[in-house]
Design a protein around this ligand. Structure first.
Ligand code: NDP
Ligand code: 2IT
Length: 445
């Protein structure tokens, strides 16, 4: 294949989907060499079949708000690839959701899921519905309306959704209840469920914990550790909260957290008691991160800015795509940052990735370092299939093993002649080869 030509063709056929183009471009650039060692791939046009989703569902979702008005949103499910297992991936509810964003996420998910060692294909879905400012009753009615359509196209051996931005335990619970009601089947059709009805222990923690396990493995290659390091975290949602918890457990200091309005910086560090305050603020009160400075006046809140210009040793982007640009990357490197591990999906722009790689600092792409979330989702599917539930210790041990295994694979496929580990290349090549072999074995469709 000629990566440039493949990309040009996709851009022409699917215009106005910049995030999808960005994700595909990064993968093509890093797998081209390996792909071209296998002429049998090109004979069956494997690359085109891998880049274009198997199926895209788009549907209208109409629901009633608390004032009795009917509102309409758009729902989507992208079933990208099921070569190695049922379609699997989260659901995002955010006003920015559109087809191109979900296509990038479903594409990335295919490689990520391949890396986990578990049998899961790639998918993503969501809606431009924003839960922010909505009552619990409105969120419930929306979830029920969304699932009325989605339920026709998913199933425990077909496609298993989970959470993502704007979708946590509450929304998964409402969607699970709706699926059960419509189909009269109690099935493991969603992951991230409540522990009382088939949810796995450690699933809420898994993405954040896994990101920090991966970070620890990266630092270990340099004989270094998290202990005593200052860490910048963006976001204050599910991934950010549990990444912060694991950093604290491993002796690091969390300096920042953020939301889409701004960030807080605590010069004394966000300790356990302060993190408990944030858990309550975000999970129970559903408040905004700026409220932190009312409780802890020694901290500052910076409106309309991102945390990357503060001085620290490590950065963990855990909010959203393209939240860390070239200017921010240069500032991080100039301030002595030694490692960046992505908790979010594609948070670093291509120009910023280049800055990190040119500076030869440790940098891991989300599809490697945030794979802990979907990994424990896979373990939840296993527990549902065997109708058993495992202890937190068992799940955590498996999560740790998976993250270290992904790290080893990145080192195996991504080490460059000078010894620098290109984790982007490692993750893409390792993830790609497994899916490619499975597709080759199953014939052309
Ligand atoms: P949450 O909804 O729990 O939290 C999202 C956080 O990111 C919030 O603090 C939110 O702030 C912020 N954020 C969202 N959109 C934007 C934006 N456009 N600009 C700036 N900040 C924004 O989501 P998660 O923590 O679950 O997800 C965070 C990231 O991690 C996403 O990239 C997701 O795809 C990825 N991820 C999630 C996994 C999971 O298991 N949940 C697994 C693997 C990856 P605000 O409240 O202002 O919107
Ligand atoms: O991006 C992701 O990996 C997720 N949002 C989790 C997907 C899942 O199925 O648990």
């Amino acid at each position: 294949m000629d990566a440039k030509k493949v990309l040009e063709d996709l851009k022409r056929r699917f215009p106005n989907e910049p995030e999808y183009h960005q994700a595909v471009e990064e993968v093509l650039a890093t797998i081209e060499e390996e792909y071209n060692k296998h002429p049998e791939f090109d004979k069956v046009n494997l690359i085109e079949r891998l880049c274009i989703p198997d199926r895209v569902y788009t549907f209208r979702v109409t629901w009633m708000d608390d004032n009795g008005n009917y509102q309409t949103n758009t729902g989507y499910r992208i079933q990208h690839n099921n070569a190695i297992g049922p379609y699997k991936g989260g659901i995002r509810f955010h006003k920015s959701v559109n087809l191109g964003i979900l296509k990038f996420l479903a594409f990335e998910q295919t490689f990520k899921n391949s890396l986990t060692t578990l049998p899961m294909g790639g998918a993503k879905g969501g809606s431009d519905f924003s839960p922010r400012g909505k009552s619990a009753a409105e969120v419930m009615r929306f979830c029920q309306a969304f699932m009325l359509e989605l339920s026709r196209n998913i199933g425990p051996d077909c496609d298993v959704p989970a959470g993502d931005i704007g979708v946590g335990g509450r929304e998964v619970g409402y969607m699970f209840g709706a699926y059960k009601k419509y189909t009269r089947q109690f099935q493991g059709v969603l992951t991230g469920k409540g522990r009382e009805f088939g949810g796995s222990l450690i699933r809420p923690e898994a993405t954040g914990y896994g990101t920090v396990y991966f970070l620890r493995a990266m630092l270990k290659t340099k004989g270094d550790s998290i202990e005593g390091k200052k860490v910048l975290i963006s976001g204050s949602g599910n991934v950010a909260q549990y990444a912060a918890e694991k950093v604290l457990q491993l002796g690091g200091t969390v300096m920042t957290m953020s939301d889409s309005d701004g960030y807080i910086y605590d010069p004394e560090g966000i300790d356990r008691a302060k993190l408990d305050y944030i858990f309550d603020l975000k999970q129970v009160q559903r408040g905004r991160i700026k409220e932190y400075v009312n409780e802890y006046p020694n901290a500052k809140y910076v409106e309309g800015a991102k945390p990357w210009f503060e001085k620290a040793d490590i950065a963990l982007p855990c909010a959203t795509q393209n939240e860390l640009n070239e200017e921010a990357a240069k500032a991080l490197v100039a301030n002595g940052c030694i490692a960046v591990a992505e908790g979010a999906n594609m948070p670093t722009t291509p120009e910023a990735i280049k800055v990190f790689q040119d500076a030869k600092i440790l940098y891991s792409p989300g599809k490697a370092s945030n794979a802990g979330g979907v990994s424990v989702s896979g373990l939840e599917m296993t527990q549902n299939s065997e109708r058993l539930s495992w202890t937190a210790e068992e799940v955590d041990a498996k999560l740790l093993w998976i993250m270290e295994n992904i790290h080893e694979n990145c080192v195996k496929y991504g080490t460059e002649p000078d010894g620098y580990v290109n984790y982007v290349k490692g993750a893409n090549v390792a993830g790609f080869m497994k899916v490619a072999k499975a597709m080759m074995a199953q014939g052309v469709f």
